[in-house]
Design a protein around this ligand. Sequence first.
Ligand SMILES: NC(=O)c1ccc[n+]([C@@H]2O[C@H](COP(=O)([O-])OP(=O)(O)OC[C@H]3O[C@@H](n4cnc5c(N)ncnc54)[C@H](O)[C@@H]3O)[C@@H](O)[C@H]2O)c1
Length: 284
Amino acid sequence: MSAALLHWISVQGQQISVNQKDFPMKPSKPRPVLQGQKALVLGIANEHSIAWGCAKAFHELGATVAITYLNEKAKPFVEPLAMELESPIFLPLDVSMPGQLEAVIDAVGKEWGELDIAVHSLAFAPMQDLQGGLLDCSATGFSKAMDVSCHSFVRMARLSSPLMRNGGTMFAMSYHGAQKVVLNYNVMGPVKAALEASCRYLAYELGPQKIRVHALSPGPLKTRAASGLKDFDLLLNEAVERAPVGELVDIMDVGYTCAYLASPFASRLTGQTVYVDGGVSIMA
Ligand SMILES: NC(=O)c1ccc[n+]([C@@H]2O[C@H](COP(=O)([O-])OP(=O)(O)OC[C@H]3O[C@@H](n4cnc5c(N)ncnc54)[C@H](O)[C@@H]3O)[C@@H](O)[C@H]2O)c1
């Protein structure tokens, strides 16, 4: 290091040397941490959706956000939210319909030519299979749940990674039922375990392209998807009683965590399952 760059300062009476480059003379003006980034968010059903928390956090922190809706029935609930964020891309997406995911990624490529962030926040299992034990889960129910809730994430990664020319970050939404037995979570436990493992393998495969992949594991949140779980209110009550922070999490907690993980502050983190649960998962 050049001697000219060394600066001597006094800390608690001791002279220490610092690199002048670490202390720029003029502090730069703060700017939103995701300024100029392009984000694709899949899985908004309404204003309670976890995906909506992600989209809002990205937008607030400077990103432009593309949004999808399941079908014509869902569109009126999602359209006002897309308008609120002035989303330039707003398209239907049912991941079980051949060609729809391809069409969404194609539109992103045509509109933006690149992508920085992709969020997969969707899940499905047929009600009968979801509400019975794993022993009784049908083969078709199991494979449907796995296809919509897990393999569609792998498809999203494959299709969107070529657009992440300067690197990027991908997120999938998991739950603690992937790691431990949670009453009534049933078939979604093994499906979320596969999703978390997929994040690790994709993080490995996409790492050389500077694409990072994380699973988020939020605590229970009152959403449409959660209402399909038997006795979900008991899970909410238990979470608030057991959480070291003494509160339930909300969708913005999840959104801001994704925003941090997508920011340059987290550029050496990948392949993690990041809990946003007020600490419930550390309790015995
Ligand atoms: N709510 C919770 O307590 C909780 C906790 C941890 C993880 N999660 C996960 O978070 C994710 C988002 O769920 P949420 O709680 O925000 O509920 P939500 O109902 O708001 O979102 C679920 C989304 O999945 C979409 N979806 C279902 N089938 C689809 C298909 N075939 N193609 C495209 N989209 C489809 C729905 O349209 C909806 O937008 C899910 O993966 C869920 O398992 C939820």
